[in-house]
Design a protein around this ligand. Sequence first.
Ligand code: UDP
Length: 415
Amino acid sequence: MELILAADRLTIAMLSLHSCPLGRLGTRDTGGMSVYIREVALRLASRGHRVDIFTRHHEPFHSPVVRLAQGVRLIHLEAGVDPDPPKLSLVNHLEEFVSSLERFRRKTGIEYDLIHSHYWLSGLAGLMLQKIWAAPHVTMFHTLAAVKNEMGAAKDEPWLRIASERRVAGSCDLVIAATDEGKEELGRHYGVRPGMVRVIPCGVDLQRFYPADKKAARRVLGLNPEEEVVLYVGRIDPLKGLDRLMEAVSFLDGRPWLRVVIVGGEERSGPEMERLQGLVRRYGLQNRVRFAGRIDQPGLPVFYNAADLLVLPSFHETFGLVALEALACGTPVVATKVGGMADLLGEGLNGRLVEGDVGRGLASALKETLAGVRAGLFPPAVVRSSVCGYGWSNVAGALLAEYRGLLTGRLAQAC
Ligand code: UDP
């Protein structure tokens, strides 16, 4: 009986060293992982558990401790003074981060039952803490350096990250992957045994993202009701394959009403934004492509509802939260076969998968899906129903089952 009571109300240390869950979504390093951490923490807390999310102090106006909701706090810790450092340099501040965290814990007298780290940098901090606290350590990498390098779509990730991911995966208690593909990659690149990995698909806020009137949404955004609107939402990153989208759109020059709206990134989003703007000019798409910049998440449903479809032409995705969000709004998705897309998308039901020759293949998938939307083949209620099982509370429930399994195992061992 005592064993069960001990694990009943958990106190969890969630580590997000390099990226703050209050950061600006859609910018360089702030995307799906920040959403994941915030949503999971809120859902765990709504079940009565306590979650402290630890990140490094980065904005002078943030208080050291921010209460996000009943039972969820965001704690900013000292770990280097540079407000926007290169990620790799944060390795030099891991010990400072862990010491600040331990000081905070001692001062507040909290005992954490479990560590859940996100991304390799937090994973390394998690390894230090798992030793100090003798607590179970669950990790989620979100992206793997070895996979990014294999894709070759962006600059090579350093060996230090590869070695660290292998070390974290080999020394923590459990690795969470969002897809079977993610689990397979952990085995193939880092030799992680299948029994050490649990696959838990990502989630969507079904209350925030829901279908609404398309014409009204277009009025809000100043989009013509006659236009065919293809939407992209996400960070501006070479892995997202926006160059493939530009090429595909250049094949669709017989569709004068086609518009592409790109949400994400900032005016000064660096080389990738410049490259994309160069492609727009090269393909003569200036009148078709609109860069809307990053939008706070509450402002996204109107974009999903105004669009005829969401496109996700990525080379790789951890899962692809934006696809879930579009589908929850009743908007079909055209995507390359990455992340959770093969599980999410059913041909003709809620969108289309693109494989092989992405340029021409993507162009014809866009054309056929746009025609399907016009013909009423994707009723929003049907599209939405395809993701009704993906609420964040299901993700939190699945994580809790794993947390409890680890804790019960530890207690049983100690007896
Ligand atoms: N997002 C946002 N505003 C933007 C761009 C993206 O709020 O301008 C959010 C989006 O709603 C989604 C997340 O950022 O929840 C991106 O997650 P996804 O899994 O699609 O991509 P990742 O960032 O993990 O590569």
